[in-house]
Design a protein around this ligand. Structure first.
Ligand SMILES: *[C@@H]1O[C@H](CO)[C@@H](O)[C@H](O)[C@H]1NC(C)=O
Ligand SMILES: *[C@@H]1O[C@H](CO)[C@@H](O)[C@H](O)[C@H]1NC(C)=O
Length: 342
C-alpha cells in the first residue's frame, strides 16, 4: 500500500471520523502530549513523524484536511457507480486504490489538496506556529486599483508543506509512484488556482476611495468540482522507461497539463462486485429513472433493470405566520417512488 493512503488511513483512524469507535475525544486530544501522539501514530513515516513533532496542532490539521478530502470525494461521486465508498479505519478505500485507475488518481489528488487546504487555512487563522499570512503579495503590483491588506492566505506555504508531508519521494520511482506523485501535485496546483480576491471598501460613506484586498481560497467544494472534471478528462499514460517519466499512451493524444489527472490502467465497470478490483457492484443502489445520465437507472444498474419502492414522508406544510411571532403548520404526508437497481 502506498504511503499517502497509509497516511490518510492513519489520520482518519486518529480522528475517528468514520464513526467507528476508537477515535479520541476532543478533551483527550487536547491534553495529550504531542510527541507521544506522533509516536503513537503507527502509520507515520519518520519524515512525517518529525514534522508532526515540530508542531502540536499539526496532526489535527492534517487529519482534518485528509478527511475533508474523503468527504468531498463522496459528495462528488454520490451519483456514480463508483461512489467513493469508504470501508473502515485500517482500509479506508478498500482495494480500489490498488488499481492504477482514474479513481485512484482522484483519491490521491483530493487528499493532497485537502491537506494543503487545511494547512493553508489554519496558517491564516493563526492556529499554527511557524506560518501565517502571505506578506509577499504586498510587493505585487495592483495597478493602483486597490491596496493589499488583511491576511492573504499563504498557498505557497500550504502547498510546500503538503508536498513535504504527503509526497513520498524517497523510494524508488516505479510507475505507480510516478502516477501518485503526479496526481498529488495536480491536486495542489488546482487548489492554488481556486483563489479569490476578497475586498473591503473604506472611505467616506461607502465611497470606496480606499479598497483593501487579500487572497482567499474558494470553498473546498470548488476544488472538488474542478478535480471531478479532471477525473472525467484524465489521461491514460505509460512510462517512458529510459527517462522514467510518464507520457501519453499514444502520440495522437494531447499531453496532459500538470493540473490534469493521469492514470495507467482502465477501471472496471463497477457493475458487478469484484473485491479484487475494489468494486462493490451497483445492486441495491438508488437511481433516477428519469435521468439519462450516470445516475439514471439505465446506466447505474448496467441494464439489469430496477425496482420501485413507494415510501411515505411527512413534512410541514401550509404554514401560516401569526403576528407576532408564531408559525403554525399542518403536517402533510406524501408518498414518493424510489428506485433501486436489481
Ligand atoms: C476493512 O475492510 C477490508 C476490505 O475493505 C476488510 O478486508 C477488513 O476485514 C475490514 N476490517 C474490519 C476490521 O472490518
Ligand atoms: C455507495 O455505494 C455503496 C455500494 O454500492 C452503497 O452501499 C452506498 O449506500 C452508496 N452510498 C451512497 C451515498 O449512495
Amino acid at each position: 500500500m502506498d504511503r499517502l493512503i497509509v497516511l490518510v488511513c492513519c489520520v482518519v483512524t486518529y480522528l475517528g471520523v468514520l464513526g467507528t469507535s476508537g477515535g479520541l475525544s476532543r478533551e483527550q486530544r487536547q491534553i495529550s502530549d504531542p510527541v507521544q501522539e506522533c509516536d503513537n501514530s503507527p502509520y507515520l513515516e519518520p519524515r512525517q513523524r518529525a514534522l508532526c513533532q515540530k508542531e502540536t496542532r499539526l496532526i489535527n490539521v492534517v487529519g482534518a484536511g485528509a478527511s475533508m478530502g474523503i468527504e468531498e470525494c463522496k459528495h462528488q461521486f454520490q451519483g456514480r457507480r463508483w461512489n467513493c465508498t469508504t470501508f473502515n479505519n485500517t482500509d479506508v478505500f478498500g482495494n480500489v486504490i490498488n488499481i492504477q485507475s482514474r479513481e485512484t488518481a482522484y483519491i490521491y489528488a483530493i487528499s493532497s489538496a485537502g491537506v494543503m487546504y487545511s494547512v493553508t487555512r489554519a496558517c491564516a487563522q493563526g492556529s499554527l506556529e511557524g506560518c501565517g499570512c502571505d506578506d509577499s503579495v504586498r510587493s505585487e503590483s495592483t495597478e493602483g486599483q486597490f491596496e493589499w491588506g488583511g491576511c492573504s492566505e499563504n498557498l505557497k506555504y500550504g502547498s510546500k508543506f503538503a508536498s513535504d508531508f504527503v509526497d513520498n519521494k524517497d523510494k524508488e520511482m516505479d510507475s505507480f509512484a510516478l502516477m501518485n506523485l503526479w496526481n498529488n501535485k495536480a491536486g495542489r496546483l488546482v487548489t492554488r488556482k481556486e483563489v479569490d480576491l476578497v475586498c473591503k471598501c473604506h472611505g467616506v460613506s461607502g465611497s470606496c476611495s480606499v479598497k483593501i484586498c487579500w487572497r482567499k481560497m474558494r470553498p473546498f467544494r470548488s476544488v472538488g468540482s474542478v478535480l471531478k472534471e479532471k477525473f472525467d478528462g484524465a489521461s491514460l499514460m505509460k512510462v517512458h522507461r529510459r527517462k522514467n517519466k510518464l507520457r501519453p499512451v499514444s502520440k495522437n493524444m494531447k499531453r496532459p497539463s500538470k493540473q490534469d489527472l493521469v492514470y495507467l490502467e482502465n477501471s472496471p465497470d463497477f457493475c458487478e462486485p469484484n473485491p479484487k478490483k475494489g468494486s462493490l457492484g451497483t445492486r441495491g443502489r438508488q437511481c433516477d429513472k428519469d435521468s439519462y445520465g450516470l445516475d439514471g437507472c439505465n446506466l447505474m444498474c448496467c441494464g439489469r433493470g430496477y425496482y420501485t419502492v413507494v415510501k411515505e414522508f411527512t413534512e410541514d406544510c401550509d404554514c401560516k405566520f401569526f403576528w407576532c411571532c408564531r408559525v403554525v403548520c399542518n403536517k402533510c404526508t406524501f408518498t414518493k417512488e424510489l428506485n433501486y437497481c436489481n
